[in-house]
Design a protein around this ligand. Structure first.
Ligand code: KIV
Ligand code: ZN
Length: 534
């Protein structure tokens, strides 16, 4: 009987080195390994070609060069730098990228035409990817060519590209909707013509993983050169289909950073690389630690943002909010993480929100050297929840400010003034008016006053209630973070008239400017009375 590991965090028997104690995938993956799977696959990145075909994306020359350098540094084997026949700008980009003398091979896309192939080779590439459609629909409606004509074109293109001294990869476009006998016939013909690699495109993303396994197994019967796979994501299965193809023997995968590409995109580089490693122990030359940075750089240059929930590189990929999850992750990351964020150049993020528990707050505050007793901690937690319920997430700066504020408030030994009631009326064509009821040393005092705005009216009402001798020295308002719902910090400086030495400063933090100002003023008044009495 096969022995199953019960501890998923121990399931790294198939891996070694750096990843051994950082990947925590299900033990069932090991039971599903296939002997046809290679140990290593090459990565052809087509961000600069299929990725640039993403609707709305148009990269500048500088950005193309920068992306090529990033991809080379990441460790991809082949960079498909463009489709040179499409424009002089595309040719210039390919020429410049080829002249960088990168470690990766630089590839140009070409239809099965000698002009297209010349356009790639004459601009300096060392690798040509030539293609022609082979499905019945594409041949009849688009090419208006017979099978024999298509095959002859492909053979001529491969022979010609070979004669120009470059590496030649050939694709049957719409290969996954091509009749199997013709697909095999094409693979045999281009191999006889001297092709180095054959790519199988799922051009319209119409395959499922079991169908891909079947098709690759069939095609492998006649394909003796390395088989490559190129999947589109129309059903969200591009990565799964790419892994299925590798499982049955494909030795190269076409990818785009962040899953860019025509329509719903291509298989995402970062997901393919991590999926191959984590589920099948298949290596690539990609340095996984650079995935996060590469993804962010490409998002910035293409203007296509990374969705928060995107696997591997999304903002939320390693974010934990709920108390139960945070508690688990802090004890053992494998509890709620499939692999360590550092492995892909990301960071764990403990998010403060309505599901936050004391554990997360304690842990986060300790990063800032703040240690709160249990009661204060639970006050901070309930404040966070209240803010979250009104739609506000609390970031680190806000959390620290909140904690320090609560610490300051609770640490006060004695309160001389307590705010019991507060109202303010404001609007257009009315004088802002505020009424407060304040307990001053045990006695309730009610007072109303006006001001030039709601904050001014409120501060005046407080002063009138407590002492006419108090005057405002300074009022400062800081937004701790941006956005109309951000937390603000208010500082109020007061003095007792006639005696310059008696001054006080009060601070408060909250999401309502007027209420926060009132709380800051009450804090300042309390300190002022305390100082006067001491
Ligand atoms: O999706 C596709 O078929 C392509 C070809 C050019 C290979 O991108
Ligand atoms: Zn494509």
């Amino acid at each position: 009987m096969t022995e199953l590991r019960t501890s998923y965090s121990q399931d790294h028997s198939a891996r070694d080195g750096l990843e051994a104690d950082r990947i925590f995938t299900s033990h069932f993956n090991r039971l599903a390994l296939d002997p046809l799977t290679p140990d290593h696959v090459e990565i052809l990145d087509t961000t600069l070609r299929d990725g640039e075909q993403t609707p709305g994306v148009a990269l500048s020359m500088d950005d193309k060069i920068r992306i090529a350098q990033l991809l080379d540094d990441l460790g991809v084997d082949v960079i498909e730098a463009g489709f040179p026949r499409t424009s002089p700008g595309e040719q210039e980009a390919i020429r410049k990228i080829s002249s960088l003398k990168l470690r990766a091979k630089v590839c140009g896309l070409a239809r099965c035409s000698r002009e297209d192939i010349d356009s790639a080779v004459d601009n300096g590439v060392d690798y040509v990817h030539t293609f022609i459609a082979t499905s019945e629909g594409h041949m009849k409606n688009k090419l208006k060519m017979s099978r024999e004509q298509v095959k002859a074109r492909a053979v001529d293109a491969v022979e010609y590209a070979r004669s120009r001294g470059v590496i030649v990869e050939f694709s049957c476009e719409d290969g996954t909707r091509t009749e199997l006998d013709f697909l095999k016939e094409m693979h045999i013909a281009v191999q006889e013509a001297g092709v180095h690699k054959i790519n199988l495109p799922d051009t319209v993303g119409t395959m499922s993983p079991p169908a891909m396994e079947y098709l690759v197994s069939e095609v492998m019967k006649v394909t003796k050169v390395p088989l490559s796979i190129h999947c589109h994501d129309d059903f969200g299965l591009a990565v799964a289909n790419s892994l299925a193809a590798v499982r049955k023997g494909a030795r190269q995968v076409h990818v785009c950073v962040n899953g860019l590409g025509e329509r719903a995109g291509n298989a995402a580089l970062e997901e393919v690389v991590m999926g191959l490693l984590a589920f099948m122990n298949v290596r690539t030359n990609v340095e996984t630690r650079k995935l996060g940075m590469t993804s962010r750089a490409v998002a910035r240059m293409t203007g296509v943002p990374i969705p928060d929930t995107k696997a591997i590189v999304g903002n939320n990929a390693f974010a934990h909010e709920s108390g139960i999850h945070v508690h688990g992750v802090l004890k053992d990351p494998s509890t709620y993480e499939a692999f360590s964020p550092e492995l892909v150049g990301m960071q764990r993020n403990i998010v403060m929100g309505k599901h936050t528990g004391a554990h997360s707050v304690k842990e986060k505050l300790s990063e800032y050297g703040i240690i709160l007793p249990e009661e204060m901690l639970s006050t901070v937690v309930s404040k966070i929840k209240t803010l979250a319920e009104s739609g506000k997430e609390v970031d680190d700066a806000e959390l620290v400010a909140l904690a320090l504020h609560i610490q300051g408030q609770v640490n006060k030994e004695h309160q001389h003034v307590k705010l019991k009631e507060f109202t303010v009326f404001t609007g257009m064509n009315i004088t802002p008016t505020s009424t407060v009821v304040i307990e001053v040393d045990g006695k309730l005092v009610r007072s109303s006053d006006v001001g030039i705005g709601p904050v001014d009216a409120a501060l005046n009402a407080i002063r009138t209630a407590v002492s006419e001798n108090i005057s405002l020295v300074e009022y400062r308002l800081n937004a701790i973070t941006g956005g109309s719902d951000a937390l603000c910090e208010v500082t109020v400086k007061l003095k007792m008239n006639g005696d310059q030495k008696v001054m006080s400063v009060g601070k408060s933090i909250g999401s309502d400017i007027v209420l926060t100002s009132v709380n800051a003023a009450m804090d300042a008044v309390d300190r002022l009375l305390g100082r006067q009495k001491s």
